[in-house]
Design a protein around this ligand. Structure first.
Ligand code: NAD
Ligand code: UFG
Length: 336
């Protein structure tokens, strides 16, 4: 297939481009580089020995996007492009709705104009909302989201469902990720957050490499075994393989929703302990007040992806830590 990957120069996108190329697909990446790096794509070419077409373009720019579809004979789209910082989304909600929601509608219009109706979308476990019991299952309703980022993902899911109801040429896969971490085992591509990392894993690895003094663990009194929050962390390469499988199974029209997680939860303290055991590098930490909007614990029921896509997360926590550290220690300043 000839696959257009929006946001392919970012963290999950670049790992997915590598898997697509390894599987024999051709890839065109569209990215405006607001949080991605062209370097990541050049390194993907080094890893795979295959080339990637790159178009620097904002998905909200109809004309440029139309030109990309005109210049390449695209069969399907995997849509990663968007903004993802939960805290920032509270301060600049319009930027999140404009990029994540409006960006997706412009993309779908460009796809339809080009006769492309296969779409894999990056959604998030956050759409289950605050009330959902664990483990999360795909047939649960979307719940109350607590920030514009989460709401934008829930809105896009609804829009894509409406689109499939209105026009039976569309086949859409909604992939609800849990907590992707880790890096390509080569250590050549990985997560390179701009500024202070919001997420736990890049924060831990930046403390370990000496870029930050210590980790603040948000909350110590949650109703979990050790009082810290529990999440379902999965290896980014497993997540990338999930996209490949979802894409390759996407033939009949309709909406297909899958959780992509390991199915088990790990606490923040266990994360720090495992990182230190695997890398033999100490991560100083202190307890800090809980972060607004954090849920105590959630993880996936990922049996639907196993049954329908033949996908399950194969890489364990130690491998996630090893690969994170390999990337961080080979690239202390990320791609720069
Ligand atoms: P990322 O920021 O590394 O990648 C997103 C890419 O999209 C970046 O390269 C950025 O430059 C590009 N981009 C942003 N807006 C664009 C626009 N308007 N036009 C063109 N390119 C644009 O993020 P990621 O972690 O790789 O996440 C990819 C997707 O997965 C996002 O949609 C994110 O919301 C979703 N997601 C991520 C997580 C996570 O924990 N990382 C969890 C759930 C869902
Ligand atoms: N944490 C800390 N210290 C930090 C950073 C995080 O203690 O410096 C804790 C958080 O409080 C949380 C856990 O580590 O308990 C994981 O936090 P992350 O920010 O890494 O991940 P979240 O579960 O908060 O958010 C992730 C994605 C969102 C997505 C959400 C639900 O980043 O995009 O999962 O799927 F919406």
């Amino acid at each position: 297939m000839n696959v257009l990957v929006t946001g392919g120069a970012g963290y999950i996108g670049s790992h997915s481009v590598a898997e697509l190329l390894e599987a024999g697909h051709d890839v065109v990446v569209v990215d405006n580089l607001c949080n991605g790096s062209e370097q990541a794509l050049r390194r993907v070419e080094g890893i795979t020995g295959k080339s990637v077409s790159f178009e620097e373009c904002d998905i909200r720019d109809r004309e440029s996007l139309g030109r990309v579809f005109g210049n390449h004979d695209i069969d399907a789209v995997i849509h990663f492009a968007g903004l993802k910082a939960v805290g920032e989304s509270v301060n600049v909600p319009l930027a999140y709705y404009d990029n994540n929601v409006h960006g997706t509608t412009v993309l779908c219009e460009a796809m339809a104009a080009a006769g492309v109706f296969k779409l894999v979308f990056s959604s998030s476990a956050t759409v289950y909302g605050v009330e959902a019991p664990v483990p999360y299952q795909e047939d649960m309703p979307r719940g109350t989201t607590l920030n514009p980022y989460g709401t934008s993902k829930a809105m896009v899911e609804t829009i894509l469902e409406d689109l499939c109801k209105a026009d039976d040429r569309w086949a859409v896969s909604l992939l609800r990720y849990f907590n992707p971490i880790g890096a390509h085992p080569s250590g050549l591509i990985g997560e390179d957050p701009q500024g202070i990392p919001n997420n736990l894993m890049p924060f831990i690895s930046q403390v370990a490499i000496g870029r930050r003094d210590g980790l603040s663990i948000f909350g110590s009194d949650y109703p979990t075994e050790d009082g810290t929050c529990v999440r379902d962390y999965l290896h980014v390469v497993d997540l990338a393989v999930g996209h490949l499988k979802a894409l390759e199974r996407l033939s009949d029209p309709g909406v297909y929703t899958y959780n992509l997680g390991t199915g088990s939860g790990v606490s923040v303290l266990e994360m720090v302990k495992t990182f230190t055991e695997v890398t033999e590098v100490d991560v100083p930490y202190r307890f800090a007040p809980p972060r607004d909007g954090d849920l105590p614990a959630f993880w996936a029921d990922s049996s639907k992806a196993q049954e329908e896509l033949g996908w399950c997360a194969e890489k364990g926590l130690e491998e996630m830590m090893r690969d994170t550290w390999c990337w961080q220690s080979k690239n202390p300043e990320g791609y720069s």
